[in-house]
Design a protein around this ligand. Structure first.
Ligand code: ISL
Ligand code: CA
Length: 546
C-alpha cells in the first residue's frame, strides 16, 4: 500500500460554535481557535476539521449554507480565517473544512431564485416535483421531521429536502450545479484549506421515490468527477466523506486510491444512523463480542484496499465516555483512557471530537427550551403534540441520544462559563465543568488530557501503530478486548478491560518470553506476567521489537 501523509496523523474536530469565544458574543469563533493553537499543538494533532463556517442562517448550525464563498459573521472574518490557516501552517497543522454539498440553505440566493420561477436558471439546481397543495408526491420522511417534499405556491411544485425544510437538496444531475460546486472547492483550496469533510455525501443521489439512494453507483461517478476537478489535483489534500450507511465493500471503493474518490470515509455502523425520531430511543447497544465483531470486520475489511477512519463520536452523537465507557465516578477517567487506547491502537486515521480528550460527558437538559438542536426540537414537537410521548420521556430520550450532548461549550477552566466565553453561551455549559476542565488536567500528569497526548504520540513514534495488521484475540471474551498489531517481526499487544472489576487474562507467551516493553497504561506499577491482573477499565499496550 502506498504510504500517505494522512495515514499517520490524528485529526481533531472543532465544533467552532462551542470551542472558544474570543469576542464575548457567546459563540465560538476563529479568534478563539487561534488562541488555542498552542493547546492543539501540544495535544499533537496534525489536522483540525472545522464544522461548517460558510455564511448560514444557522438553523442547523452551519449545515445550511447561504453563501459558499463567505464566512459566517459569528465565526469571524475572512482575514481571521486566513490568519488562522497561516498560523496552523506554521505549526504543521492542516486545516480541514466541512463542505455541505448535499443541500443548501433555503435562503441561498440560488434557492430564492429557484423558488420564484420555473424558468430561472437556478430552478434546476434543486429537485422538484409537480403536485397540488393537497396531494404531495410519494416520499419518505425527512431526517428532521415531516415529509421530504415541501410545497411552493409560486411555482406550484414541491421541492425535495432530506433534512429540514430549510435545507433543500441540490440537484447533482445538473452539470452546471456540479461545476459551481467544484469552482467553489477550488476557491477554498486556493485559500490554503488542506482537507475536506464531505457532509452527508452519500445522500446526493435520489431514488426517484422521495428517498435517497445511498448505495448508488452514481455517487462514485460524481465523486470521481469532483476529485478530478478539484482536490485530486493535489497530493496535499485529505478528504473524508460522511457516508453513514456504507458497507465494507462500498468503503473499499470510496477509499481505494485506485478509484480516485476519497482518502477515507466515516461509516456509522458503530454509531447507528437512526436519529432521535427513529423509535429506537437509546443509542444502539452492543455486547463486547458484538463490538469486537464490528471492529474486526472494518479493520480486516480495509486491510488490503482502502483506509479506515477511527472515531468514537462527533457533534451528532452522545459523548463517548457516556456511551461506551462509564461516566460515573470513580470510573469516568479510567474508562475514558481505556477507550482512547482501544481506538488509537487500531489501524486507520483517528479523529478526536473536542472535549473527548478531557473526558467530557453527556449533558442533562431539563426542558426543550434548553436545547438548540433542530432534530431534537422538531422531534419533541411532533411526538409530544399528539400525546404519543410525554414531555418527560422525550427529554429522557434527548438526554440519552440527542445531538446537543456533544455541543455544549468546551470546558477550559473552572471559571464562569468554563472559560468558553465572557458573555452568555449560545448553549448551556455542562455543570460538570468545575471538575472536568483543561486547566485542571494540564496540572495533573495523570489526567485524561495528558494521557491523550501520550496516545497520540505513539502513532508518531511507532510505525506499527499506523501500518501493523490487526489480529483480534479472544473474540468471545465478554469483559476484555485484546488484539495484536503485526508488522514483520514486530508486534503490539493491546489489552482493554471493559469491566468495572478486576480481571485476569492469560496473554500469548511470546510477550512474556521476549520481555515486551510496556508502551502505555492507565494504571501505575503494572508488571508483565503470563497472566495479566487487570484493574477495572485497565488498558495496556505492549511492544516487541521482533
Ligand atoms: O444520511 C444519514 C444516514 O444515511 C444520516 O445519518 C446522515 O449521515 C447524518 O444525519 C448527516 O449529518 C450531517 O449532515 C446533517 C447535519 O445536521 C449533521 O450535523 C451533519 O453531521 C445535515 O447537514
Ligand atoms: Ca464570538
Amino acid at each position: 500500500m502506498k504510504r500517505e501523509w494522512w495515514h499517520s496523523l490524528t485529526v481533531y474536530q472543532i465544533y467552532t460554535r462551542s470551542f472558544c469565544d474570543s469576542n464575548g458574543d457567546g459563540i465560538g469563533d476563529f479568534g478563539g481557535i487561534l488562541q488555542k493553537l498552542d493547546y492543539l499543538q501540544e495535544l499533537g494533532v496534525g489536522a483540525i476539521w472545522l464544522s461548517p463556517f460558510n455564511d448560514s442562517p444557522n438553523y442547523d448550525n452551519g449545515y445550511d449554507v447561504s453563501d459558499y464563498y463567505k464566512v459566517m459573521e459569528e465565526a469571524g472574518t475572512m482575514e481571521e480565517l486566513e490568519e488562522l490557516i497561516a498560523a496552523c501552517e506554521k505549526r504543521e497543522i492542516v486545516v480541514m473544512m466541512d463542505l455541505v454539498l448535499n443541500h443548501s440553505s433555503h435562503l441561498h440566493p440560488w434557492f430564492l431564485e429557484a423558488r420564484k420561477d420555473r424558468n430561472s436558471k437556478y430552478h434546476d439546481f434543486y429537485i422538484w416535483k409537480e403536485g397540488t397543495k393537497e396531494q404531495p408526491p410519494e416520499g419518505g420522511g425527512a431526517f428532521f421531521g415531516g415529509s421530504t417534499w415541501e410545497w411552493v405556491p409560486e411555482v406550484q411544485e414541491y421541492y425535495y429536502h432530506s433534512f429540514s425544510v430549510m435545507q433543500p437538496d441540490l440537484n447533482w444531475k445538473n452539470p452546471s450545479l456540479r461545476k459551481e460546486l467544484y469552482r467553489m472547492i477550488q476557491f477554498w483550496m486556493d485559500k490554503g484549506i488542506r482537507g475536506f469533510r464531505l457532509d452527508a455525501i452519500d445522500n446526493i443521489v435520489k431514488d426517484g421515490h422521495g428517498g435517497n439512494d445511498t448505495h448508488s453507483e452514481q455517487i462514485h461517478t460524481y465523486l470521481m468527477e469532483m476529485n478530478q476537478n478539484t482536490y485530486g489535483k493535489s497530493e496535499q489534500i485529505l478528504t473524508v466523506g460522511e457516508t453513514g450507511g456504507a458497507t465494507v465493500e462500498m468503503a473499499q471503493q470510496y477509499s481505494d486510491p485506485e478509484s480516485q474518490e476519497l482518502s477515507m470515509i466515516f461509516q456509522f455502523e458503530l454509531m447507528g444512523i437512526d436519529g432521535i425520531r427513529s423509535g429506537n430511543w437509546d443509542p444502539k447497544p452492543y455486547t463486547l463480542p458484538q463490538l469486537k465483531q464490528l471492529f474486526e470486520k472494518w479493520q480486516t475489511g480495509l486491510e488490503e484496499k482502502g483506509w479506515n477512519s477511527l472515531f468514537w463520536g462527533n457533534h451528532d452523537f452522545p459523548r463517548v465516555v457516556s456511551r461506551f465507557g462509564n461516566d460515573r465516578e470513580p470510573y469516568r477517567e479510567k474508562s475514558a483512557k481505556m477507550l482512547a487506547v482501544l481506538l488509537h491502537g487500531m489501524k486507520g486515521t483517528p479523529y478526536i471530537y473536542q472535549g473527548e480528550e478531557i473526558g467530557m460527558k453527556n449533558m442533562v437538559f431539563h426542558n426543550i427550551e434548553e436545547c438548540n438542536d433542530i432534530e431534537a426540537i422538531n422531534a419533541y414537537k411532533e411526538y409530544t403534540s399528539d400525546g404519543r410521548i410525554t414531555p418527560e420521556d422525550m427529554m429522557r430520550y434527548i438526554n440519552r441520544k440527542g445531538r446537543d450532548n456533544a455541543r455544549t461549550p468546551m470546558q477550559w477552566n473552572a471559571e464562569k462559563n468554563a472559560g468558553f466565553t465572557t458573555g452568555t453561551p449560545w448553549l448551556m455549559t455542562n455543570p460538570c465543568y468545575t471538575k472536568i476542565n483543561v486547566a485542571a488536567q494540564e496540572e495533573d500528569p495523570d489526567s485524561i488530557l495528558n494521557f491523550y497526548r501520550k496516545v497520540i504520540r505513539l502513532r508518531k513514534d511507532y510505525p506499527i501503530v499506523v501500518y501493523g495488521s490487526y489480529e483480534l484475540l479472544y473474540p468471545e471474551h465478554d469483559k476484555i478486548y485484546a488484539y495484536e498489531r503485526i508488522l514483520g517481526q514486530e508486534k503490539l499487544l493491546v489489552v482493554c478491560n471493559f469491566a468495572g472489576e478486576a480481571m485476569d487474562l492469560e496473554i500469548p507467551a511470546e510477550f512474556v518470553e521476549k520481555s515486551a516493553k510496556l508502551l502505555i497504561s492507565n494504571y501505575p506499577g503494572t508488571k508483565i506476567t503470563d497472566t495479566l491482573h487487570l484493574q477495572p477499565y485497565e488498558a495496556r499496550v505492549y511492544h516487541i521489537e521482533g
